[in-house]
Design a protein around this ligand. Structure first.
Ligand code: HEM
Length: 554
């Protein structure tokens, strides 16, 4: 009885202190937001002491479907408060739903915290991924450790190295294209995103070790583990996400998924170590592809040798190195697969809606790859550098990533000594206690930077250097779907090469048409819009009807 009473009191005390902390923190965040205007003269959106900015946010979000991705928020908020656009940054206090965030959409301002000075990643963003990767991965690492791993992996993402992967990549794309043709013959609607995800995972696997993963043809435990890992990673404080976070078995599931990832790669790692031990050729000699794993193992062997602890067989490999590698591989798959798949879906969708652009893509493929679409694969395999001679196709991909950036932006930790500055007015804006968000969607849709911002105009990206008078010429730093600066996407070249190859093997052979349910909701004139939390996915998995084109019908 006495024990129960003590336990009850302890619980009460705990609940009360939790509540007290909640209100203390709420007060702190709300007052910091108000201080922006009272102390620093920074304009803020209408702000409620209890609700913060949730009321204005709710109004803006009510204009778009409930499942639309939160990265569209600022676009619609600026419709309600157009005078804020010229400030280039808007402070949003939606605590406790999301950390206090400054949405920045002035490219020059963004460059001050990503390019001129690269601020560390935000602690909240690191916390989201910590249960999965312990922040040992390239996306959430910072400082010298990040630099070391980035320089180890960089060579495998160079255009030259990736071009050597092209023949293997084409085989994977052929499977994807055959699936689409089968759908065309059967008349079935496809969810393009599902097929695209399997393909992009198979391509990343090639870059990781050169081995085929076969996600497109078989069900792979590795893919299941990755999906499950993403599911357990909780980006928002919604009730469902909170339940996931508090789930007593969450850590166990995450641990088990990491074990599956590690077990998948273990035999490959052992093979590579045994190949490299005593081999003084160096990775990538004589035209070999520099895979991510081979480079990591090369660096590890060199480091151990330098430390006077040379590795002579795979059995000596230490568990700390294996753990790091597992986290890196998991994150590279995560960062690269649905981002690329999403972009592919929107590229196909936009081409289906813009016959002139599609005709220009097809004409370019005919001019560069030959008149017979069926022979494109063989021609590219024989000379993969042909993929570097498709400027219009590249421009289509860029324009797609401008309109539908797959990653909302980079989230950096504000600092006491770092201020955002409005170059026009000289207004200084504090960043301490705030996370800075380089808002890609809003930056890519500002009329002052992009004439006719909602229109699909690949030609913007064909304006030559020096043609300053052309109004379509993109502004410096305004195009940033892969982010700019040292923390910019390592996979940028892979995306371009892969998507060009996919379009080269499909655009002339098939016609696509969006198969959204009639009357389904639209955002900015499109049934296809971003849904999802961590990485945006196209609505309904981008349903498409596919039709085969007659040979010679260019
Ligand atoms: C259309 C596809 C892609 C888009 C839009 C995209 C976008 C981005 C963005 C915006 C960042 C910066 C994130 C931040 O600062 O938090 C980033 C970083 C990164 N991306 Fe991508 N990405 C794409 C594809 C890929 C691919 C294919 C890979 C690898 C296979 C990849 C691997 C990474 C990695 C490892 C980082 C962290 C780089 C670092 O901090 O050093 N991404 N990506």
């Amino acid at each position: 009885m006495f024990v129960a009473a003590v336990a009850l009191r302890a619980l009460w005390a705990l609940a009360l202190s939790g509540l007290a902390y909640f209100f203390f923190r709420l007060h702190q965040v709300r007052m910091r937001t108000r201080e922006l205007s009272t102390k620093y003269g920074v304009p803020i959106l209408p702000h409620s002491y209890f609700w913060g900015h949730l009321i204005v946010m709710g109004k803006a979000m009510s204009r778009i479907p409930g499942d639309a991705n939160g990265t569209l928020l600022m676009h619609f908020l600026l419709k309600d408060f157009p005078e804020f656009e010229e400030h280039g940054a808007v402070y949003i206090d939606s605590w406790p739903i999301v950390q206090p965030l400054v949405f920045v959409f002035n490219p020059e301002m963004i460059s001050t915290f990503t390019q001129i000075r690269s601020l560390p990643k935000s602690p909240d963003m690191r916390a989201e991924f910590r249960p999965w990767t312990k922040n040992l991965d390239l996306v959430t690492l910072d400082g010298p450790e990040w630099k070391r791993w980035r320089s180890i992996f960089n060579p495998s993402f160079s255009n030259k190295n990736l071009t050597s992967l092209a023949p293997a990549m084409l085989k994977e794309i052929r499977i994807f294209s055959d699936e689409l043709k089968a759908a065309a013959r059967s008349g079935k609607t496809v969810k393009l995103m599902d097929l695209a995800i399997d393909l992009t995972i198979d391509v990343i696997a090639l870059n990781i070790s050169g081995d085929r993963l076969n996600c497109q043809t078989t069900s792979q435990p590795l893919q299941k583990a990755l999906n499950n890992q993403i599911w357990w990673t909780c980006p928002r404080s919604t009730p469902v996400e909170i339940c996931k976070m508090l789930h007593p078995l969450r850590s166990l599931f995450i641990w088990n998924n990491n074990r599956t990832i590690k077990n998948h790669f273990m035999p490959i790692i052992q093979r590579l170590i045994n190949e490299q031990v005593g081999n003084n050729k160096g990775v990538g000699a004589a035209g070999e592809t520099k895979t991510i794993l081979a480079l990591a193992i090369q660096a590890y062997l060199a480091e151990q040798k330098e430390a006077g602890n040379p590795i002579t067989s795979a059995s000596q490999i230490d568990s700390a190195f294996l753990e790091r590698l597992t986290m890196h591989l998991g994150m590279i798959f995560f960062a690269g697969h649905d981002t690329t798949a999403t972009t592919l879906c929107y590229a196909v969708y936009m081409l289906s809606k813009h016959p002139a652009a599609l005709a220009a893509v097809r004409a370019e493929h005919t001019a560069v790859l030959g008149a017979d679409p069926a022979a494109a694969e063989t021609r590219i395999a024989a000379n993969p550098t042909l993929l570097n001679s498709l400027p219009y196709t590249a421009a289509v991909i860029k324009e797609t990533t401008r309109l539908f950036p797959a990653v909302g932006g980079s989230v950096r930790a504000g600092q006491p000594d770092f201020w955002l500055v409005d170059a026009k007015t000289g207004q200084r804006m504090p960043t301490e206690h705030w996370a800075l968000f380089s808002d890609h969607h809003t930056t890519h849709h500002r009329e002052s930077l992009w004439p006719r911002p909602l229109d699909f105009i690949p030609e913007r990206f064909l304006v030559r250097d020096g043609d300053e008078a052309n109004p379509l010429r993109p502004h410096k730093n305004a195009y940033r779907p892969f982010e700019l600066g040292p923390r910019g996407c390592i996979g940028l070249e892979l995306v371009q090469l892969e998507l060009k190859a996919i379009l080269a093997l499909t655009a002339r052979e098939m016609d696509f048409e969006g198969a959204f349910t009639p009357g389904s909701p639209e955002v900015l004139g499109h049934h296809a819009y971003h849904v999802g939390d961590i990485v945006a996915h196209p609505k309904d998995g981008m349903p498409m009807r596919v039709k085969l084109r007659k040979a010679g019908n260019i």
